[in-house]
Design a protein around this ligand. Structure first.
Ligand code: 13P
Ligand code: SF4
Length: 348
């Protein structure tokens, strides 16, 4: 292992030893991702960049993508930032490196552009927890409530088409605060993000019972243990985590806000409680800080299997063949565009 860093970091009166981190392998992975440029795949990267120019394509990547994809992307960010990028681009092709609902959102905003997703099977457990037909049946069954439906962006186009407004973890409070005061709110599909927003805004909402299979793996016990090990490192958690984990966190925020929070905070080390891909983005942008993966009860291995389906090879093939392409029935696309546009206006 090569490390360019000294064994001790002093910042103010905070003294941080790297030794336990090296022993636990945490710093090894940080150093590896920073110091070792991939030698394999260099031609692939060049070919991807050439294809990108030929196709007039934009490569968008979510913060959870593998590091090789993050490094070749035009923009890496959270769902909100990616939606704005998709809404603003004049590229002919969008190669969306994320999961299906994200690429679908880009297509909804760009009906005339070609939107490709390197692996069409890159789904999302949260999105799957709320099928459009179940939501439609629920709304019909509870028609007396006249629900104002706020859908977290982690849902299918069919669910978006049944919604009044979309939100992301980056703007959920703003969107909920802007909801009509005289309406009952149904928040779908994430019960954890929904309950966090209720705590923050005081607004009562009915919550759909969905969750993210990655974020619910973080437990109170595991986070308490890592806090005891690194008591000076602020804990930064995604709002898809459960209440028991969120209350242990110093900051609960979207993946993009994690970047600005850690940059502005004087601490040299942080515990990051979200999907593992986030660590690459943080380490790339803040090479002098230390990012400790929040552990689950089994390991520190919070990979989203869907996010990790995209590879550099599949991205290359997608740009070459312009496949797999996102195709949507026009009536659903057009209806789903309304709540997304409403979100973009409200959170501008
Ligand atoms: P962000 O919008 O915060 O990037 O989160 C997306 C996501 O899928 C979290 O699991
Ligand atoms: Fe969906 Fe969870 Fe993966 Fe995010 S991390 S894409 S919410 S399964």
């Amino acid at each position: 292992m090569r490390s360019t860093r000294s064994d001790l970091v002093h910042e103010g009166n905070f003294v941080w030893s790297h030794r336990p981190l090296i022993e636990s392998g945490i710093l090894a992975s940080a150093a590896d991702s920073l110091d070792s440029m991939p030698t394999l795949g260099v031609d692939l990267v060049e070919e991807i960049l050439e294809l990108k120019r030929d196709r007039n394509a934009l490569i968008l990547a979510h913060n959870y993508q593998v590091k090789e994809i993050q490094d070749v992307a035009d923009y890496v960010g959270d769902s909100l930032g990616l939606s704005y990028q998709a809404a603003q681009t004049d590229a002919d092709v969008i190669a969306f490196c994320g999961v299906h609902f994200m690429a679908e959102t880009a297509k909804i905003l760009n009906p005339t552009k070609t939107v490709v997703l390197p692996d069409l099977d890159a789904g999302c457990s949260l999105s799957e927890s709320c099928p459009p037909d179940k939501l439609a049946a629920y709304l019909q069954q509870h028609a007396d409530k006249n629900y104002y439906v706020i859908a977290y962006i982690n849902c299918s186009a069919g669910v978006k088409a049944l919604s009044d407004v979309i939100c992301t973890s980056g703007n959920a409070m703003k969107i909920v605060n802007a909801a009509p005061q005289d309406r009952n709110i149904l928040f779908v599909p994430d019960e954890n993000l929904g309950s966090w927003v209720i705590e923050q805004t005081g607004r009562n909402m009915t919550l759909w019972r969905g969750n993210c299979y990655v974020h619910v793996e973080f437990t109170r016990e595991a986070i308490e243990r890592i806090k005891a090990e690194y008591p000076d490192a602020p804990v930064v958690a995604h709002p898809e985590c459960t209440y028991a984990v969120r209350i242990l966190a110093d900051e609960v925020c979207s993946t993009e806000k994690m970047i600005s929070y850690c940059r502005a905070h004087p601490s040299p080390a942080f515990v990051i409680v979200t999907e593992s891909g986030m660590l690459h983005r943080l380490r790339r942008e803040m090479p002098n800080k230390i990012f400790i993966p929040g552990p689950t009860d089994h390991c520190a291995c919070a990979d989203c299997r869907f996010m990790k389906m995209n590879t550099l090879e599949k991205l290359h093939a997608a740009l070459l063949n312009l496949q797999p392409e996102i195709i949507l029935p026009e009536p659903i696309r057009a209806r789903a565009e309304l709540p997304i546009r409403r979100m973009l206006e409200l959170s501008a």
